[in-house]
Design a protein around this ligand. Sequence first.
Ligand SMILES: [Zn+2]
Length: 348
Amino acid sequence: MRVYSTSGTTGVPCYIAVTPRDLDIWTEISARSYVAAGIRRGRRVVSTYSLGPFVAGAAGDSLTKIGVTHIPVGTGNTERLVGAVRRLGADVLMGTPSYAVHLIDWCRARGIATETLGIKQFAVAGEPGGGDPVIRARIESAFRCQVNEVMGIGDISISLWGECEEQGGMHFGGRDFVHVELIDPASGAALPLEDGATGEAVYTALEREAMPLLRFRSRDHVVVNARPCSCGRTAPRVRCIGRTDDMLIVRGVNVFPSAIRTVVNRFAPAVGEVMQVRPSRRGVQQEPPLRVLVELAPGGAAEPGLAERIETAIRSALVVRTRIELVPHGTLPRSEYKSALVSYADVS
Ligand SMILES: [Zn+2]
């Protein structure tokens, strides 16, 4: 009944077809994940999804099923978004963590006090930054809201995981419809899905009619929290720690750029939010030190010894040697949607 497409990595779109029943199931799974994240009937929800050809456009069907008042404003229209919050009393925002940070800067630049906007909930998705404690704390204190993560994968379901008020990771919302496994991304071997386990999430769509998918690799690298949760949900929780595609192996040690960012962010407010890993060659295998560009805070200058302190912190947390180069605020490319954590700009 509907054919979505993704941007694809080779320039040719990937098509995703659904029957009416497939769409019903997507909507059910996604509604579970959104409700876990605090998106309930009675809330006024501003979404920033682009309808376009993308699966995310179907998120609106799930919001309808939940019974929220949905105010779609599309991508890249911050003026309209803030207007919906101020004039319509919207109290829930949905977007990427990068966009949330952009929104804070946008409001500050216009003298709008973010903490008075009345946002209760910010549901973040689309990149691992929402699980980063520093980025999360920045969004929560700016808006005086709770940040909850949701995560889906277009080929399987619009949204598949949703984080409850305990904020200990996202509960799996696909029970009865989707089977989830964990694998070692290098060998493909199955790993037990137990507390503390880490690996790539792999999904099988058990009920899919139009496009059955068996053991579909998500490229999302997750860590499992299988401890009981105070919200009463019994489904396991995960935190996404990075994309398998972004993973680098530096002299035998697996390193996710998002994990480097988590350590770098501890040095805020001396540093800004934007950093980029610049490998010296293509491919997963890298030699130390790994070059990392880190932006200083707006108007900030490098304190003596700051780069060395960041290098030491990364080495002790992640067992990898880096070379930190501090650059002025605004030097690195940024996007309202997702910020690239790795760039091969240095590789000829
Ligand atoms: Zn819970």
